[in-house]
Design a protein. Sequence first.
Length: 341
Amino acid sequence: MRMRTALATFTAALAAATCLTAAGTAGAAPARGNACSPAVSIDRFSDALDKTTYEGTFVGNFSALAVDRDGSLAALSDRSALFGLDAKTLRPTSVVPLADEKGAQLDSEGLVVDRDGTRLVSSETEPSVRRYSRDGRILDRLPVPSALLVAPAGRATNNLTFEGLTLLPGGRTLLAAMEGPLSGDAADTVRFQTWQRTKGGHFRLSAQYAYRTDPGLGVPEVQATPDGRLLVLERGFTAGVGNTVRLYLADPRHATDTGGVENLTGQKGVRPINKTLLADLVDCPSLGATAKQPQPNPLLDNIEGMAITGRDRGRLKVVLVSDDNQNPAQTTRFYHLRVRT
């Protein structure tokens, strides 16, 4: 999602205090190696694709990443373009335009490469989840609960709907994360919706869960770990201060199904998804990165996409990407992390 007024309006006051606290520690390098925290380290970053084009298409606006069937990276732009990237060099190798059923562009935000190579793509406009062929043809559209639709059809706020999308281990359960709360829910509570795969290969609506964010932050991305837990990115922005980006490990397995709960207000009897902080990325070493606008750590930008690309010595290899919004003051930046869960 482009960091628009909608998110800034309801989070600015709370986020300012959070971000200013982070800014005070920005200059402190981790004690050992490239550690961001005891659980997370950063290997490197790359700005190689910043403000470039490929076959006449702007390379940027990235909102999601996924590992393709051949080991390459699929990178989704929120301007309706799906790029193929070389996993080692990040060099673009293909681009496929995406559209809705009427041929209009999507505000495409979440991406899953399914086991047959088809692409599941969420758009936060309606919101929606569609299945596409590798060449961009629409194959299916998943049902969405009415409450999660943008008002006045539902209770969601425009541009604060489906951002994260992930397929849980085994391939039967798909999960989408709302970025912001529904009208009537607590300001720090967002909903995660799931679908179950049917025998015909379609998906039917399934359980829904509550996830509590840190004050002033929203959820731009979520990725399932091999053991069925979730890596969750939380992110916020304060003008003149910069971005807050935190990585959490979350476990939905004992959370309450909130599909039938109209308003989530922290009431007893509703167990939200349990989460544990892995790292606040402000604490990562900057590695010589520079920022084009104020940031509490020059390494930070508007991070939106995340993919788990493998495992090395007991740690998950995780790639993040920032959405530059095609803005001269922002950067398309890839981050290579190692995460112990």
